[in-house]
Design a protein around this ligand. Structure first.
Ligand code: ZN
Length: 235
């Protein structure tokens, strides 16, 4: 894949037509097109090792900032390496309504670590979330969630490596004689993220939504007169 800026300041990218990513603003997997390319002469003068470009998200029109390493400064072109870094990444979405406040704080920080691609920090935060959740739900709750991890393994067809890693981070806390947290790469962090969201959904969101729905049903079933007709309408 060749990416370069020519002497007239135009960006050439042989895979530009298929360049797409998850937009940090609208979260849509969208095609992006360059709108702001650094000045060729200024780059030649200072020769930075990294170059920032601004693209436009074709879904929501928002700016998307990418940083490319420079491969080489030629006489008539500046070649960039294709492995760019996204300066902003989409935030994780989750329904925090039914989570205890302290858990919500930790989960938000865990998501922030994931978004910043700090995957080992993310795993440490996942473990803190798990510890707090088990303390809140008790031993039975922890067992139920362990069973749920087994369901996730089956439903999502998790490979053994991923399953072992998630189990170790979330359920197998460090004690004397045991190893520490394993090193986490991007792929395993993504698996861990989805499992954490699913377990929190099972532990809090699903239960909270069901309880609330049942409470509303009971309220109206108990006494129809609690439904106040709008003025001008007949009951
Ligand atoms: Zn967008």
């Amino acid at each position: 894949m060749a990416v370069y800026i020519d002497s007239s300041g135009r960006l050439h990218h042989d895979q530009e037509s298929s360049l797409a990513l998850s937009c940090p603003h609208c979260s849509v997997l969208a095609h992006i097109t360059p709108v702001s390319v650094p000045d060729f002469n200024v780059l030649q003068q200072h020769k930075p090792s990294l170059v920032g470009l601004v693209y436009r998200c074709e879904s929501c029109n928002a700016p998307v900032f990418l940083r490319f390493p420079v491969k080489l400064y030629g006489g008539s072109r500046i070649e960039l390496a294709p492995n760019f870094v996204e300066l902003e990444r989409p935030r994780e979405r989750f329904n925090f309504t039914y989570l205890p406040e302290e858990t919500e704080t930790l989960v938000r920080e865990a998501f922030a670590c994931f978004t910043a691609a700090c995957y080992n920090a993310f795993a440490s935060m996942c473990r803190r979330v798990a510890q707090l959740t088990f303390a809140d739900l008790g031993a039975d709750g922890k067992l139920e969630l362990y069973d749920e991890l087994g369901n996730v393994r089956r439903l999502a067809e998790l490979d053994d490596d991923s399953y072992d890693l998630v189990r170790k981070v979330l359920f197998d806390f460090d004690e004397p004689g045991r190893g520490n947290l394993p090193a986490i790469d991007a792929l395993h962090a993504a698996v861990l993220l989805e499992v954490l969201k699913d377990l929190l959904y099972q532990a809090y969101v699903r239960r909270g939504r069901l309880q609330q729905a049942m409470m509303v049903r009971r309220y109206f079933a108990d006494d129809d007169s609690k439904v106040t007709p709008l003025p001008g309408t007949r009951a």
